[in-house]
Design a protein around this ligand. Structure first.
Ligand SMILES: Nc1ncnc2c1ncn2[C@@H]1O[C@H](COP(=O)(O)OP(=O)(O)OP(=O)(O)O)[C@@H](O)[C@H]1O
Length: 257
């Protein structure tokens, strides 16, 4: 669904991403972990069109999108949940959702488009906050709103830049559950995470970015079997073992978050 091939991107100060090749299948979560400044946000921004690539390819469902304007890439089915949520402090939840809704866009992989009603069914907490302004929401509610906004763009590829950053552990776990649930609707999810432990709970594959290069990219099961190697790559304290995948219901009703 999403493929970056030898993708290079950077800023006036120099190249940050060096020949990054990743494949994210529909229904799968590809986590990208790395230290501060490794280039994780640059990767997400390059895919979304916010940073112009200087080499390589970005394909969404086989269509080469690198270099297109962000709104055109969004129309190709790429949704971004940016780092720090970026909700508007003066707009209400209802106003955010109304602005984000694009019902004319192609349906999601399951054939069902995301409507405001469907999003609120998935995120009932937002339904109870419709009249609240962005600056009246908790961090977790803002994150839910940022995800809701991205879903209303009818993405087939969802880019999440550190969605659990700054959230209390319980809320962060709920966001991770939600990400797993969304992947199981058929979305291809590219999840940028600093916390290795968080990434392995929901990822199908784990890649490590080091100085803008992919130095590791394996199925999550293999990554879980070699926690020491990953910890060394990320220069984090040795982890005795990594958590098992979170059980995400594959069938039955969508859990409420
Ligand atoms: N707008 C920008 N202009 C110039 N340089 C930038 C810009 N944004 C990021 N950089 C630089 O690019 C490099 C990679 O930054 P990036 O934000 O992609 O890393 P990251 O892995 O997401 O880090 P973090 O985990 O701290 O968010 C850093 O050296 C950073 O200073």
């Amino acid at each position: 669904m999403l493929r970056t091939e030898r993708l290079c991107a950077g800023y006036a100060g120099g190249i940050v991403l060096h020949e990054v090749t990743l494949d994210v299948a529909a229904g799968a979560v590809q986590a990208v972990v790395g230290r501060n400044g490794a280039g994780k946000s640059t990767l997400v921004h390059a895919v979304a069109g916010l940073v112009r690539p200087c080499g390589g390819r970005i394909e969404v469902d086989g269509v080469h999108v690198a270099g297109r304007q962000p709104h055109r890439i969004a129309r190709c089915g790429v949704g971004l949940v940016p780092q720090g949520r970026r909700v508007f402090s003066r707009l209400t939840v209802a106003e955010h959702l109304a602005l984000a809704a694009v019902p004319w866009r192609a349906a999601t992989p399951t054939g069902e488009g995301w409507t405001v009603a469907r999003v609120l069914e998935l995120l009932p907490r937002l339904a109870a906050r419709l009249r609240h302004r962005g600056d009246q929401l908790s961090g977790g509610e803002q994150q839910m709103l940022a995800i809701a906004r991205a879903l209303l763009g009818q993405p087939r590829v969802l880019l999440l830049d550190e969605p659990c950053e700054g959230l209390a552990p319980g809320l962060a776990a709920r966001v991770r559950d939600l990400v797993g649930t969304l992947a199981r609707t058929g979305l291809a999810v590219l999840l940028v995470e600093q916390q290795l432990q968080h990434a392995v709970e929901i990822a199908d594959r784990i890649a490590v970015l080091e100085y803008g290069r992919v130095v590791y990219d394996r199925p999550a099961d293999e990554a879980r079997a070699e926690p020491g190697r990953l910890a060394a790559m990320l220069s984090v304290a040795a982890v005795a073992e990594l958590p098992a995948p979170r059980p995400v219901p594959g069938s039955g009703p969508v859990p409420r978050t």
